[in-house]
Write a protein that binds this ligand. Sequence first.
Ligand SMILES: Nc1ncnc2c1ncn2[C@@H]1O[C@H](COP(=O)(O)OP(=O)(O)OP(=O)(O)O)[C@@H](O)[C@H]1O
Length: 324
Amino acid sequence: MTTHTTTPAATGTGEGGTVLEATGVTMRFGGLTAVKSVDLTVNSGEIVGLIGPNGAGKTTFFNCLTGLYVPTEGRVAYRGTVLPSRSHLVTQAGIARTFQNIRLFPNMTVLENVLVGRHTRTREGLLAALLRGPRFKKAEAESEARAMELLEFTGLAGKRDHLARNLPYGEQRKLEIARALASDPGLLLLDEPTAGMNPQETLATQELVFAVRDQGIAVLVIEHDMRFIFNLCDRVAVLVQGEKLLEGTPEVVQRDERVIAAYLGTPPEEVAAASRPGGAEDGPGAADGAPATTAERPTGTPDPGARNDTGGHGPAGTEGGEKA
Ligand SMILES: Nc1ncnc2c1ncn2[C@@H]1O[C@H](COP(=O)(O)OP(=O)(O)OP(=O)(O)O)[C@@H](O)[C@H]1O
């Protein structure tokens, strides 16, 4: 594996203010509006959660943020600059992401996978790689040193020469995060980082995300594991049928009856009615005058500890997946 050298990090460790500002983002697929005029900001130092029932538009929204999709309407700005809808330019600007389905290079080593993630920060071209002059070799050594730092950070240094496909599932997920961090992002987007994990792996992921944040990288995370989201996030936004239903602290969101209704599959018109000012009083969960408590909520609601999952996220180790 050979690419390398470093350009200045696009990140912004220590910089304050708004990192991400999505305004009026709408994504239509033919007659289906998957994301409807969603506004979302992520500020420096924040971990923001994006939750919502299956099919709510979370991944589509991520794809709009990262240039995989060109939003039908709206704009996405990173540190005040509107982003082009080209994923490599978005990465270069400072946004990195992981995917819902693991997308490692299974037959490359752990170290090589991280080095691949480094390519947006390297300047050496094909000719330099072929000639392998001193400048190239220095660049290569610097990239490898940075990749090793990230493997230390994620606890994978001891496995640098293992093939990615031979790692246990939880470590494959960590490796994806290490690879995303290799582009020196200022904002990390995580799409269901704990899918398929056992509780120990989930806890380790939580610690890792806190550590990422402590390095000055803002985080936006999609998850169905409500305990994970509510423990982790400073702020949580809820998408339902493509629209942002509400946004607030974990305390506010987990008590909101509209959110509970959305997860329980309440008909859209009732959720909409509950969304209107004063409507929550008429909403599900208030009918009997008793707001739902977490203890009373069935699995699949935003009960801390509950997981409203699509299932099927077993150990991976392959490239690609059914979903971007
Ligand atoms: N490329 C596409 N073409 C057509 N429809 C799409 C496409 N991608 C997503 N959709 C549709 O957009 C809607 C939102 O899907 P999306 O995957 O963004 O939801 P999600 O909230 O991420 O769901 P999940 O929690 O199950 O991952 C769904 O109805 C889905 O079928």
